[in-house]
Structures are given as C-alpha cells and as structure tokens.
Ligand binder design. Structure first.
Ligand code: NAD
Length: 256
C-alpha cells in the first residue's frame, strides 16, 4: 500500500517541491498552506502522478486546526507515515525594534506547530511501528545571523525538538531528523532580498552576493531538488538508523 506524506506549507516554495517529489515517488500527499489555490495544486499534483492527495488549509498557529488536518489525513489514507514540518516565515529586524507580535508568530509557525503536528501523528506512527518526522530547520538552526532573533531561536528550537523526538521514537520505529538548508531561492527569500536591499541601501544583486551567499562557500543557492532527495532518503525504510541528526545542506556554511 502506498505510504502517505503530510507536508506543512506545501503550496509553494520548498514544501511544494518536496510534495511533488514524494508524489513522483508514489506517496499519497497531504498538502497544506495559505495559498488560495491549495485545493487546485493538490488535485493537479494528484492527477499528474496518479497518487491520492488531500489539501488542508489548517493555520499552523492553531493547534486545533492542526489536529483536524491530521485526523482528516488519517481518515482518508489510513495514517500519516511521513510528517514533514516545513511551514515557516521570516522577519528581519534589530532586536530593539523587533515587534512582539512577529516574535510570537514566528515561534508559533516555525516551532510550536511542529510540536502540535508531531504529537498528533505520534499515536498512529507508534501503533504502526513506523514513522518518519522530517523538520525543515535551517542553517540558522545551527548558526546565528544578526536581525533574525525570532527565526534563529525558533530554528534552534526545532533542532532541539528533533533530538527529543528521535530519542522518544527510537523504540517504536519512529525517526526524527532536521534538514538545515542554506539559502534557497523561494518566495520567502525573494521577499528578504527586497527587504534587505532597502534596509542596507544596496542593490538586490549586492544583497545576494555580499549578504546571503557571503556565508556559503559554495556561491550558489541550495536547490529544492537536493532538499527533496534528502527528504526521500530519510523517509525510506532503509533509513531506520538515521535519526536525531541535523543535516546541514548549506554549501559549507557551518563548516566554518
Ligand atoms: P515560502 O514562503 O516560499 O513557503 C512557505 C509555505 O508555508 C507557504 O506554502 C505558506 O503558505 C506556508 N505557511 C506560512 N504560514 C503558514 C501558516 N500560518 N499556516 C500554514 N501554512 C503557512 O518559504 P520557503 O522558502 O519555501 O520555506 C519553507 C521552509 O524552509 C521554512 O520553514 C523556512 O524557514 C525553511 N528554510 C528556507 C530557506 C530558504 O532559503 N528559502 C532556508 C532555510 C530554511
């Protein structure tokens, strides 16, 4: 029987790329995200790859909506075998001006939602003796940059949560790993390029070369394809003993 992957924030960017790769590999896919055409995206991918799909507009700030999303997925597909916590937002500001509401939102979407989703899928994974939890953290789960207090705190938190889930899941065939990407050219980063160009009074090209890729010895954006391939490898049956890891895919950033 086909396995099922639930990917939060999968209506664009990295999440959509990973969702497409899992569909191509024959998984049923549960889509989630705030884009208005989420339903259409899910149906389109389902038809393209001949797999089952479901779309949930659950807001990652709302625990109850998250629990409903997981319950719907379990009802439709009989369980969630792979959970990919990918939904995330960014806000860039010096700490002294950082808006309190933004802090709460980033911690809620980037960190707390992964607790809610993991808790919600746990019972089913435990009962089936198989589960793969993959958290899309960031190089900022391992290193800091200025002006990103909430994001860096949330992503370090995600890496910590991953380790605890790995330990608790070990007796039950549940693994938990974090993927820590460097910069990937998605709508989230395109927004940052514009904001940083304004904040620093420099061109967008200078932001890419001098600020973003400055920290990546490999002077190129990380591809969504590579992240999707890594997620598929972690999700496979043979990756039973790959757990508790925070895997850097960041062009050598954290080797420094
Ligand atoms: P993106 O902005 O392109 O996509 C984010 C997705 O999350 C969208 O589908 C959006 O609808 C969804 N989302 C946002 N808030 C939500 C909410 N409240 N409830 C439900 N869904 C919500 O971002 P991306 O660049 O694809 O980033 C995906 C993940 O990868 C994030 O966790 C991000 O921190 C992480 N990441 C990105 C980069 C990068 O350079 N792009 C680098 C490292 C880590």
């Amino acid at each position: 029987m086909a396995k099922t992957a639930l990917i939060t924030g999968s209506t664009r960017g990295i999440g959509l790329g990973i969702a497409r790769a899992f569909a191509a590999a024959g998984y049923n896919v549960v889509f989630n995200g705030l884009e208005e055409n989420g339903e259409e995206i899910a149906q389109g991918v389902g038809q393209e790859f001949g797999v089952g799909t479901l779309f949930s507009p659950a807001n990652m700030l709302e625990g109850e909506q998250i629990r409903q999303m997981v319950a719907q997925a379990e009802e439709k597909f009989g369980g969630v075998d792979v959970l990919i916590n990918n939904a995330g937002i960014q806000f860039v500001s010096p700490v002294e001006d950082f808006p309190e509401a933004r802090w709460e939102m980033i911690i809620g979407i980037n960190l707390t939602s992964a607790f809610h989703t993991s808790k919600a899928v746990w019972k089913g994974m435990k009962a089936r003796g198989f589960g793969r939890i993959i958290n899309i953290a960031s190089a900022h789960g391992l290193r800091a940059s200025e002006f990103k207090s909430a994001y860096v705190a949330a992503k370090h938190g995600v890496v910590g949560l991953t380790k605890v889930l790995a330990l608790e899941g070990a007796p039950y065939g549940i693994t938990a790993n974090a993927i820590c990407p460097g910069y990937v050219l998605t709508p989230l980063v395109e927004g940052q390029i514009k904001d940083q160009a304004k904040a620093h009074g420099i061109s967008e090209e200078e932001v890419v070369q001098k600020i973003m890729l400055h920290k990546q010895p490999v002077k190129d954006f990380v591809s969504v394809e590579l992240l999707a391939n890594m997620a598929l490898l972690i999700a496979s049956e043979s990756s039973k003993t790959l757990t508790g890891a925070a895997l850097p895919i960041e062009g050598g950033w954290t080797a420094q």
